[in-house]
Design a protein around this ligand. Structure first.
Ligand code: NDP
Length: 337
């Protein structure tokens, strides 16, 4: 089976030349190992940070080693207690067709009751997994958003952002989303957002201010940041007193450590804004049961849906990953192996 390896560290936006698809050795199984055939791979913006040789919350990819990431696989052979051939597992041995995975790849059997109820397995890579969990934790726990709040969310046509929009609407909040382009904005409105602004068409702040005025809202109570830069500054400019900012991601600077001009940062003082950066894995275990119960209910009722942008075949993984930075995806970017 083949796996993508990082062969050089990207400077700025990665290119296909930073990656190579190579055969993995076909080794026999040891105790506590599974042989899997991957069905779905996740590509995620945080993987860009793992391509640098810098200490961060997620370990750097080692050069010329198989890359890792979220994946859904089918067990072909098992020497791990609790797993049998045919089981579907969520694990971290992504960026590859499959192969041998151990406990370090954190395999978890997908809940059969939910699969039997019709939930597609790849849902555990988005709404029932990393991106839905990040949306839920960031909105409800970090920002402590509540019914009646006005919420602004950037990259709102992406995987995390679209889940934020829908969770917020299900809890009776007013939601303004931003996204790049008319098609994405139309989808964000379809999801229930009260307004959607196209940050590629005009500057963010005047559009956000106009949307608030149209909705009869004095400002925002919550900002869910996926982008940083101009979006974050517009959120500072329009924040109500005691607004809460959940700092989830800053994709605008992942490929380019450009300075971020924050003209309105000073409003954190008079408006008493509380900002908190958060990492999904720090908080997930603690709220896992509540998240699964709530999110599966929202999905079952149709309150939370998803669109998937799917690239076909292991060869397409780097291209899918790079598409995240040009905004090629609507909803969750996935690779079907
Ligand atoms: P998305 O599905 O949102 O895909 C990325 C989107 O970002 C693109 O579709 C694009 O949409 C937008 N984008 C790309 N470049 C820019 C830019 N320069 N300015 C504005 N928008 C841009 O990805 P995810 O939902 O997986 O992730 C969203 C954010 O959440 C990321 O910042 C990610 O790092 C973060 N994250 C954080 C986690 C945590 O634990 N803190 C966990 C998971 C994700 P458009 O066409 O609208 O520009």
């Amino acid at each position: 089976m083949k796996a993508w390896h990082l062969t050089s560290r990207p400077q700025g936006l990665p290119t296909i030349d930073n990656f190579a698809l190579r055969d993995l050795p076909d080794t026999p199984l040891d105790k506590d190992q599974l042989r899997v055939r991957n069905l779905w791979l996740s590509v995620d913006p945080y993987m860009r940070g793992r391509m640098n040789d810098a200490k961060s919350y997620a370990a750097s990819f080692q050069l010329d080693q198989p890359m890792t990431g979220g994946a859904i696989g089918k067990v072909l052979e098992s020497r791990m207690e609790g797993f049998a051939p045919g089981d579907l597992v969520l694990h971290m041995g992504g960026w590859r067709e499959g192969g041998v995975i151990g406990l370090d790849m954190m395999p978890n059997k997908l809940p059969t009751a939910l699969l039997d109820a019709g939930l597609p397995p790849q849902t555990f890579l988005h709404n029932m997994g990393l991106t839905g969990g990040t949306a839920w934790i960031g909105l409800l726990r970090v920002a402590a958003a509540k019914p009646g709040d006005t919420v602004f969310v950037s990259a709102s046509a992406g995987a995390v952002g679209s889940a934020v929009v829908q969770i917020a609407k299900a809890r009776e909040m007013t939601v303004i989303g931003s996204a790049g382009g008319a098609e994405k904005c139309a989808w964000v409105t379809e999801l229930g957002a009260d307004a959607a602004i196209d940050y590629k068409a005009a500057p963010v702040l005047p559009q956000l201010a106009a949307a608030l005025e149209r909705l009869g809202k004095p400002g925002i109570d919550v900002y869910f940041d996926n982008v940083g830069g101009e979006h974050l500054d517009a959120a500072f400019a329009t924040a109500n007193d005691f607004a809460r900012f959940a700092i989830c991601g800053m994709i605008d600077v992942y490929n380019d450590a450009k300075p971020q001009e924050m003209k309105y940062l000073i409003r954190t003082i008079p408006a008493r804004i509380r900002m908190e950066g958060f990492i999904y894995t720090d908080q997930f275990i603690d709220c896992m049961e509540e998240f699964y119960a709530d999110m599966s209910g929202l999905i079952a009722s149709g309150a939370v849906t998803i669109r998937e942008t799917v690239h076909e075949g292991i060869e397409a993984a780097p291209e899918a990953f790079l598409g995240l930075f040009s905004g090629e995806n609507i909803g969750k970017m996935l690779v079907r192996v």
